[in-house]
Design a protein around this ligand. Sequence first.
Ligand code: SF4
Ligand code: SF4
Length: 276
Amino acid sequence: MAEYGAQPRMGFFTDTSVCIGCKACEVACKEWNGVPEAGGQDLLGLSYDNTGDLGSNTWRHVAFIEQPAVDLGMPTVGAPEQQSEEEPGVRWLMSSDVCKHCTHAACLDVCPTGALFRTEFDTVVVQQDICNGCGYCVPACPYGVIEKRESDGRAFKCTLCYDRLGAGMEPACAKACPTDSIQFGELDELRERAAARVSTLHSDGVPEARLYGHDPEDGVGGDGAFFLLLDEPEVYGFPPDPVVTTRDLPQMWKRAATTAAGVAAALVVSFLGRRR
Ligand code: SF4
Ligand code: SF4
């Protein structure tokens, strides 16, 4: 194992512009990590989505967003002859979502047992044998990623395949993705690759292409898992300006300590006053 601090930060770049919605990433994640079934196999009425959202039993989730078609070279529904200018059909935005492995991870900040920890790869992992199921991490996550498993009581989420990384392998979802929509590697190198891809798409006439979660100056200090999107983040269910929920904790503790000191001083004064 590499010396602590010598290992570069590792992460995911998910390029949604080449996702074909095959769900191989969802399946590979479940198989490798032994994640239980999230529910039935029925579709939810959300296009071809049958998992709905990230959660304790869905560590990778492929979202399908249907929009009126525009000419982006994306797959459309129906045979070409069925589409006309009056009925241009539908385009799908497909995106494989995952834990963001935030630079400032609120889930980790609030965990009272140390079950959530930062690995030598700069990823965020839950140790199941230490999690006591208090659930503090669940509302702390600005992305709604981590969740308690009802049948178990403990919190679960993507580990970025910590066991595979330790063995020199890439995460199961990235390995299974047939289009390289999910790319794993050193975060700095991924950011360069992503910027080049956005430039290419812009010069190819796709001005909508943008990155999400790549900026170390954003409200969570940037994400270890970031995305290339073809529309606003909200369209994909991402918060537009995520902020680490524990940002104000130091000031809150300082204020609480000042208040407590003031109350203690008042009690002493009152006690001494009564004795005179
Ligand atoms: S996305 Fe949520 S669960 Fe994942 S590291 Fe960030 S705060 Fe923790
Ligand atoms: S495996 Fe790749 S192409 Fe298939 S749904 Fe997942 S991200 Fe998209």
